[in-house]
Design a protein around this ligand. Structure first.
Ligand SMILES: Nc1ccn([C@@H]2O[C@H](COP(=O)(O)OP(=O)(O)OP(=O)(O)O)[C@@H](O)[C@H]2O)c(=O)n1
Ligand SMILES: C[C@](O)(CO)[C@H](O)COP(=O)(O)O
Length: 230
């Protein structure tokens, strides 16, 4: 059976969070944020292994203070990340073993993802080859010019906010990243590179709470949610 490997990029600097320690290691009730994310993959029966992608200078810390300390036995490797998220994921893809058939990419700083969303993304990808999790926008969205005048109001019905996990058959995502590297394509998520290859990506309805911890107020929702399940 082809393995399902989760790639967890966690090599960001957390500039928008401020603070002196990387946000992925900020503590919530005494445990690092990254550990809450890893819980969801360690405990998921469809995930065979995890490849973690921390900053090069944080590899030893991540291994000792997160992987070993909390017993994340599914972590098969820690691979140094790159300059931007796309570079980090690319390095993770390089580290995949021959036996991996499916790749689940999930931000290390999205700790509120649920097991059922991971399952739905995987099941959809098994059928379609490529799947991303997202939610329909609730507010009206406007495109704005550099002088802040409004240029257009796109119809809301077709707009979704995209999250992770994003799940792909290995050859699909590898081909996309290889071509991106060759041609200098840049994308703010993994699926956008796959889309540029002409491959159809299926949207999977996720949950609004699956936030990317980006600025300090995001930690409040994480704390409150974690408090509720303790
Ligand atoms: N060079 C990078 C940049 C980001 N990430 C990861 O990609 C995810 C989403 O990135 P983001 O929230 O933007 O994190 P930061 O880059 O840390 O935030 P900022 O832009 O505020 O510095 C995070 O898990 C982050 O650690 C990564 O692995 N490598
Ligand atoms: C991949 C992502 O989380 C989907 O919403 C997002 O695009 C990452 O963006 P960032 O600028 O690296 O935070």
């Amino acid at each position: 059976m082809a393995k399902v490997t989760a790639l967890i990029p966690c090599a960001g600097q957390g500039k928008r969070m401020g603070g002196s320690i990387s946000k992925q290691y900020m503590e919530i009730f005494g445990r690092p944020l990254l550990a809450y994310t890893l819980d969801k993959f360690q405990g998921h029966s469809m995930i065979d292994e995890i490849i973690l992608i921390p900053r090069r200078e944080e590899i030893a810390y991540c291994d000792k203070e997160v992987v070993k300390k909390y017993g994340f036995t599914k972590v098969a490797a820690l691979v140094p990340g790159g300059e931007e998220r796309q570079d980090s994921v690319w390095r993770g893809l390089y580290a995949l073993g021959e036996d991996t058939g499916w790749v689940v990419i999930h931000d290390g700083v999205r700790p509120l993802v649920t097991g059922s969303v991971i399952s739905a993304a995987l099941e959809t990808a098994f059928l379609k080859g490529a799947a991303v999790v997202g939610v329909p926008v609730k507010d009206t969205v406007k495109r704005v010019n550099s002088d802040l005048t409004v240029s257009e109001t796109p119809p809301r019905e077709s707009l979704w906010l995209v999250q992770t996990p994003q799940v792909f058959r290995k050859d699909i995502v590898l081909n996309a990243y290889q071509k991106a590297s060759r041609l200098g394509w840049r994308g703010t998520d993994d699926a956008s590179l796959v889309e540029r290859m002409g491959v159809k990506v299926q949207m999977v309805r996720g949950e609004y709470d699956n936030i990317k911890v980006t600025t300090p107020e995001d930690l409040i929702l994480v704390r409150e949610t974690v408090r509720g399940v303790r």
